[in-house]
Design a protein around this ligand. Structure first.
Ligand SMILES: [Zn+2]
Length: 382
């Protein structure tokens, strides 16, 4: 039985001179909220991957993840500027020294070693003790022990003490919207949802990330990790007390929503799907990432394909026999391969004509996304 969490903080920097990871520190990060049995990653999602290796060279834990760095690296700025981001990985507390191996996908989207670091758990003294400004945790959905549930933590940002009732109302409204769509509706009892009142400004959130006014993210990884440790948390979503449209979501890292915007329900669900299940955007254009380059490798996102091998389409089993691949635009109600996805008008395909990852239409998740989310829920509950 794993009782505690070990967290490794590191600095991820890069630019024209290349990419480098350096250790910041290893800390105790509270009780282990994750699965006791699903220790080795089976999803193959994320731009990055870390693996915890014991002294007998056996992997004892692994997970894929993405990062702000990974997104920044697809913007033109990285060719001229060097930037540094703070990141963390978490895993069950090991009984002896371990080696953490970090991997990154190459041009063919195959993981290749990037960096490794040795951690001796005996050398870690105490709990972080920083930022952890006292925050009050309160339950919204309670379904069972953290080890067999997805533990979702909603963190309030920018709500002062007088506005905490607004945070509570925003949180309740957004959680209701999440469990109104499939597969979350059917699998609600797989989730514990808690919310965290942070009356002071103990977490900072940035707008206009990568030159996109609507892109909201917290660069403040240390504070985010510190406040997330105040409750069992597999996945954290930040509710920003703002009315201007905005949000963001990074796989296995964080998601945000401008909770006061009239589209907040849509934004919350869409961004949470990036964060929780690694779903890609299915829409085309309107981003600062570099687009229009020929697609040479199959994307790792479970809901976007380059259709390089239609017979091996990763959601082939959801496609009715006789459905053409690619699927003609305008085909409704069918799973296929519709051109236009992942910001690219050409060369990338999505599974259905419409989806929460494609538009703001009230259509729910397409069947490809629903299954990807369900599979991720399984990794926390089985
Ligand atoms: Zn979809």
């Amino acid at each position: 039985m794993f009782a505690e969490t070990l967290r490794v903080d590191y600095v991820h920097s890069g630019g024209p001179g290349g990419e480098a990871l350096t250790l910041d520190r290893a800390v105790a990060d509270g009780p282990w909220p994750g699965s006791q049995t699903q220790l080795i990653d089976s999803t193959n999602l994320g731009t990055y991957f870390f693996e915890v290796i014991d002294h007998q060279d056996r992997p004892i834990y692994s997970r894929g993840f993405s990062s702000i760095y990974a997104e920044w690296a697809t913007t033109p700025e990285m060719r001229t500027n060097t930037r540094t981001f703070h990141e963390s990985v978490r895993f069950p507390w090991p009984t002896a020294p371990v080696r953490i191996i970090f991997k990154k996908r190459d041009a063919q989207n195959v993981f290749q070693p990037l960096w490794s670091v040795e951690i001796d758990p005996k050398s870690i003294s105490a709990t972080p003790g920083e930022a952890a400004a006292a925050g009050a945790v309160w339950p919204i959905v309670e379904s069972g022990p953290a080890s067999v549930k997805v533990d979702l933590l909603l963190i309030g940002e920018g709500y002062n003490t007088e506005q905490l009732p607004k945070f509570h109302a925003d949180a309740a409204r957004l959680v209701k919207a999440l469990f109104a769509v499939e597969p979350f509706a059917t699998r609600k009892t797989a989730f514990n949802v808690r919310a965290l009142d942070l009356p002071s400004r103990s977490l900072s959130v940035e707008r206009n990330v990568f030159g996109l006014q609507r892109y909201v993210i917290s660069y403040d990884n240390r504070s985010l990790r510190a406040v997330s440790a105040l409750a069992p948390s597999d996945v954290a979503a930040i509710l920003v007390n703002e009315e201007q449209y905005g949000g963001g979501g990074i796989f296995n890292q964080q998601s945000t929503v401008a909770a006061g915007n009239q589209a907040a329900e849509y934004i919350f669900v869409h961004e949470f799907a990036h964060n929780f299940a690694g779903l890609g955007d299915e829409y085309v254009g309107n981003v600062t990432y570099e687009t229009g380059t020929p697609v040479k490798a199959e994307p790792w996102e479970p809901n976007v394909t380059a259709l390089l091998d239609p017979a091996g389409l990763k959601w082939r089993d959801l496609v009715e026999p006789g459905t053409p691949l690619p699927t003609p635009p305008g085909t409704r109600g069918k799973v296929g391969a519709f051109e236009g996805a992942g910001y690219q008008a050409k060369g990338l395909y999505r599974g259905e004509a419409d989806c929460i990852m494609f538009s703001r239409n009230p259509v729910g998740f397409c069947r490809v996304c629903q299954r990807a989310i369900s599979r991720m829920i399984d990794t926390y509950t089985r």
